[in-house]
Design a protein around this ligand. Structure first.
Ligand SMILES: [Zn+2]
Length: 240
């Protein structure tokens, strides 16, 4: 979409984009800001800007750290890959051996990784955990692969007003749906990604019970940084 079309709706504000790291204009293309409040320069959405803002605030030396991102996609992942020499993005390819690469991208299953213990300072996941069948295993694997003092920085759609709801489970080699199937866009799979969990107010407790990491929820509402709208929280789980 070109700039003229984006601005035609008339709802926009000036600000400073954490991803572009320069002045920009944020434009509202619709009411669902989570997907429709874009930076005109990098076309990022609020949750991507929130992740970079949290990294800048909580881990200002993130460019010098070793970082694993599972299932990268979008302007925030591109910035991490561009600016952090110790960044490693992995995807789960169904037909590639774990730990091997396709087109230069390493294949890893977040729930059962081939990385050695305590390899990373930071693990990043952006809207990944709502698609996992065994998220507790993934939390434990992230804990295992983090150095002491390391952190998992992530986003998920957070239904903080209700307990976590399981929408689908793996059963007998297939999938059993407990709710109407809901799919999100997946950059490496045209069929999309099935939503297996609606994470609720017990998310931090589930993480603590899984791997003893303590979680902080960061909620930013700042139009000057283009961060506004529902479900833009960033979670920071720390390994002691
Ligand atoms: Zn931007």
């Amino acid at each position: 979409m070109d700039l003229k079309t984006m601005l035609a709706g008339g709802k926009y504000n000036r600000g400073h984009c954490p991803i572009c790291a320069c002045p920009t204009v944020f434009v509202e293309l619709g009411e669902w800001l989570r997907d429709q409040y874009l930076c005109v320069l990098c076309h990022s959405v609020p949750r991507w800007r929130a992740v970079i803002e949290v990294l800048d605030s909580y881990f200002p030396n993130w460019r010098d750290l070793t970082v694993h991102e599972s299932s990268p996609g979008g302007a925030s992942s591109e910035k991490l890959a561009r600016e952090c020499p110790g960044y490693l993005g992995t995807h789960f390819f169904k037909d590639v051996q774990m730990g091997r690469c396709r087109d230069g991208i390493r294949c890893e299953d977040l729930e059962s990784q081939t990385f050695e213990d305590e390899r990373f300072d930071l693990v990043i996941t952006q809207d990944v955990f709502e698609h996992l069948f065994e998220p507790e295993r993934a939390f434990r694997e992230i804990h295992r692969t983090l150095k002491p003092g390391g952190a998992h920085v992530f986003t998920v759609p957070w239904y903080y007003w209700q307990p976590t709801r399981v929408r689908a489970v793996r059963e007998n080699g297939g999938v059993r749906h407990l709710d109407t199937p809901d799919y999100h866009v997946n950059p490496i799979d045209p069929d999309g990604s099935l939503v297996t969990r609606e994470w609720g107010y017990d998310l931090a407790d589930i993480i603590y019970r899984s791997c003893a990491m303590t979680t902080t929820v960061v909620r930013i509402r700042d139009r000057a940084k283009g961060i506004d709208g529902a479900m833009c929280e960033v979670f920071v789980s720390r390994k002691s």
